[in-house]
Write a new protein. Structure first.
Length: 206
C-alpha cells in the first residue's frame, strides 16, 4: 500500500508544533524501525530546540526576536518535511509505520492498468415510451467510468452507437417501434481502457 503523509503540522500553533515534534522525536529516536531516518530525526530535534528557544525570546515583543522565531519555524517545518519524505520512501510498510510517530496519512491513488472484463447484459425490457428500451449489465468492475451501448436492427451486421451510462442500468431511445434489435455493451475505464463488446442480447421494441 502506498501512503502520503499529510503535512497538517504546518497548521499547528507554535506551542503545539513544539509538542508535536517532541512526540515524533520520542517515538523515532533510537528506534530500530527508523534506523534509516536516525540522522534526520536528530536534525529535527535540534531544529525544534532552536525554535522553542526562539519562541521564548520572542515573548519580549522584540521585532528581531520575532523575525528569528519565524525563521526558526520555517527551518523546523522544512526539516520535518524532509523526514516525512524519507518515510514515504518505504512503500511496502503498513500504515502504522507512519502513524506511530504521530503523522497523518492518506492513501496514494494507484493507476489501474488491468484489462476490463467483458460486460454481461443481465436483462433488456421495453421502455416506458414507444421506441425505447431499458437494460442492465451484471456488474461494474473497478475503474469503469461509463458503459457504452450499441444497437443493431439487421442481426448484428451494422451497429449504431446508442447511448452511454454511468451505472449498471441504461436506456436506449429513438428506436423504430415494432422492430427487433440486438444490443451490446462495452466498458470504458480509466487510463483509456476499453473492454471487449458483450455478447448481444435481443428484444422486440414496441
Amino acid at each position: 500500500m502506498l501512503f502520503t503523509i499529510v503535512l497538517t503540522f504546518k497548521k499547528l500553533t507554535n506551542a503545539l508544533l513544539v509538542l508535536f515534534v517532541n512526540f515524533v522525536v520520542s517515538r523515532m529516536k533510537n528506534n530500530a524501525t527508523y534506523v534509516d531516518e536516525a540522522a534526520q530525526v536528530l536534525v529535527v530535534e535540534t531544529a525544534n530546540t532552536a525554535f522553542s528557544t526562539a519562541i521564548t525570546a520572542a515573548g519580549t515583543g522584540d521585532h528581531t526576536n520575532i523575525a528569528l522565531m519565524h525563521k526558526r519555524r520555517d527551518t523546523l517545518e522544512n526539516e520535518l518535511t524532509i523526514l516525512t519524505k524519507m518515510l514515504e520512501l518505504h512503500p511496502g510498510e503498513d500504515v502504522t509505520f507512519f502513524t506511530y510517530p504521530g503523522f497523518e496519512v492518506r492513501k496514494k491513488p494507484t493507476r489501474n492498468l488491468m484489462p476490463l472484463t467483458k460486460p454481461v447484459i443481465k436483462a433488456l425490457k421495453q421502455g416506458v415510451l414507444s421506441g425505447t428500451l431499458d437494460g442492465e449489465v451484471v456488474e461494474l468492475p473497478d475503474g469503469v467510468t461509463q458503459v457504452a451501448l450499441q444497437h443493431s436492427s439487421d442481426g448484428g451486421i451494422a451497429w449504431t452507437n446508442g447511448s452511454y451510462a454511468a451505472g449498471k442500468r441504461f436506456s436506449i431511445e429513438d428506436l423504430t417501434p415494432r422492430n427487433a434489435y440486438l444490443v451490446r455493451a462495452c466498458f470504458h475505464g480509466s487510463n483509456k481502457r476499453m473492454s471487449d463488446w458483450s455478447d448481444p442480447m435481443g428484444l422486440f421494441v414496441l
